[in-house]
Design a protein around this ligand. Sequence first.
Ligand code: SF4
Ligand code: SF4
Length: 94
Amino acid sequence: MIHDSGQRVLRATCHQRAIESGATEMPKVRVNESFCKGCKICVEFCPMNILKPGKDLTIRGFVSPIIVDEAKCTGCRICEFYCPDFAIYVVKEG
Ligand code: SF4
Ligand code: SF4
């Protein structure tokens, strides 16, 4: 796990901001498997724990994350900010 107290505070703060934003659109998480190298940083940092390692190999031979309960996604975009390969992103749909 990639955790320390400072990172936990950052995650909690971002999560609270997402809740307070009051956005009515439903966030949807998308993974571009062509870019993903399976590092699992997004899995470690998602404050809602809704990203998990997948089971299947991508065409590049990596294991991309899967979204296990998208309804719990707050749209905080922490996964997007931390992904070093621009492989995961959040879209909002009404
Ligand atoms: S935007 Fe990303 S980090 Fe935030 S809750 Fe949704 S999947 Fe998790
Ligand atoms: S952080 Fe980006 S590259 Fe790493 S597993 Fe997640 S989507 Fe893939």
